[in-house]
Design a protein around this ligand. Structure first.
Ligand SMILES: Cc1ncc(COP(=O)(O)O)c(C=O)c1O
Length: 373
């Protein structure tokens, strides 16, 4: 049994600013819509080098709003990284379109851009790239392919706040980006999200759709079939307090990443995240590893050993190509379609990475892994 009570896979550090701003919402009664929403939109969008930011109620609704604003519709196909949160294929489905999984690179868990072109056909409308675990996708080839086939690019940046590809902030590279402010994300509103874009047309569409598409002339004669994805002021207040501390969060993440990396990079059979040459700013979301054939026990046996020592972990995603509901619904892909995503599903995990984890706790987690190696 460990000397630590329990090491959670994630925790949230909240500060004075968050308290102060939430108190202000209560004091002023602006708990629905109010000034913090606008402030968060302005600050966050400018932080990711976008002219427009449209907050929403979650990362999922931000992704859906992004797809809807691009006009993704029935029977369109959207190419998407296979290893991801199922919010990605689900929002494509909400639009009546079909998600087509593309395999990942084993080393980085990111979309393998070499595998995009073979899946393009006359119904392909967009590519949804997912900057997973704080590492950006190789965007130049994606931009080239999108131009060649006239496809739109949606960037899922749920796990990639502040991350840069060749000096460009993710969320500003494609046509439209979507971030999550869920409780386990780099900064949080509890629940929340934001759509980012440099296109005025897309921003106007997103703003309208998020708010039930109320009519511009007669409010109650609606312009479109809209949604209510409005982020409450009180949540935005929490998010703004978090945002104002984001550089400190990055420092904590750097500390955690460096400590794990130093401890684990020479352990036989353990693969630590590779950071590709195109990354100008990698901001670890959580510390992910995968085991290979040189590790003497399986991933499941290792997570059990960690659990026996009060250490919480999460397995890697079950990819899109493995999801029975999606396979049965579309009959467009099979379980063995994405071998690297399947390999990571069986051998990948992430380790406790909450901002308040101490160096001693990290060392302890690594000692348990080293003993098993
Ligand atoms: C890559 C990715 N996309 C989308 C989402 C959905 O975000 P949310 O949980 O805020 O709806 C998440 C996270 O939870 C995610 O990790």
């Amino acid at each position: 049994m460990s000397q630590f009570k329990k090491i959670p896979v994630f925790d949230i550090a909240l500060g004075q600013k968050e308290k102060e701003y939430i108190k202000d919402c209560v004091d002023t009664s602006f708990i629905g819509q109010g000034p913090y929403v606008k402030k968060l939109e302005e600050k966050f969008s400018s932080f990711v080098d976008c002219k427009y930011g449209i907050t929403t109620t979650s990362g999922t609704t931000a992704l859906h709003l992004a797809c809807a604003s691009l006009g993704i519709k029935k029977n369109d196909q959207v190419l998407v990284s296979s290893s991801t949160n199922m919010a990605c294929p689900f929002v494509i489905d909400y639009c009546g379109a079909i998600p087509i999984p593309i395999d990942i690179e084993k080393e980085t868990w990111q979309l393998d851009v070499k595998k995009i072109e073979e899946k393009i056909n006359k119904n392909t409308k967009a590519i949804m790239v997912v900057h997973l675990f704080g590492h950006p996708v190789d965007m130049d080839p994606v931009l080239e392919i999108a131009k060649k086939y006239k496809l739109k690019i949606i960037e899922d940046c749920a796990e990639a706040h502040g991350v840069e590809y060749k000096g460009k902030k993710v969320g500003s590279i494609g046509d439209i980006g979507a971030f999550s402010f869920f409780a386990n994300k780099t900064i949080t509103c509890g629940e929340g999200g934001i759509v980012t874009t440099n296109s005025q047309e897309l921003a106007e569409k997103a703003k309208s759709l998020k708010n039930l598409a109320y009519g511009k002339v007669n409010k109650f004669m609606h312009d479109d079939i809209g949604f209510n994805y409005r982020l409450p002021n009180i949540s935005a207040a929490l998010g703004l307090g978090q945002f104002e501390n984001i550089e400190n969060v990055f420092l904590e993440k750097e500390r955690i990443y460096n400590r794990y990396k130093k401890n684990l990079e020479n352990v036989k059979g353990v693969n630590v995240p590779k950071v590709r040459e195109w990354v100008t700013k990698y901001i670890m979301w959580v510390f992910n590893i995968y085991l290979d054939e040189n590790f003497p026990i399986s991933r499941d046996e290792l997570t059990k050993k960690l659990k026996d020592n009060n250490i919480d972990t999460r397995d890697a995603f079950v990819p899109i190509n493995q999801q029975k509901i999606l396979i049965d619904k579309y009959k467009m892909f099979k379980e063995d379609d994405c071998p690297n995503a399947n390999y990571i599903m069986d051998n990948g995990l992430y380790l406790p990475s909450g901002n308040t984890i101490t160096n001693e706790e990290i060392d302890f987690v690594c000692d348990v892994i080293k003993k098993a190696s």
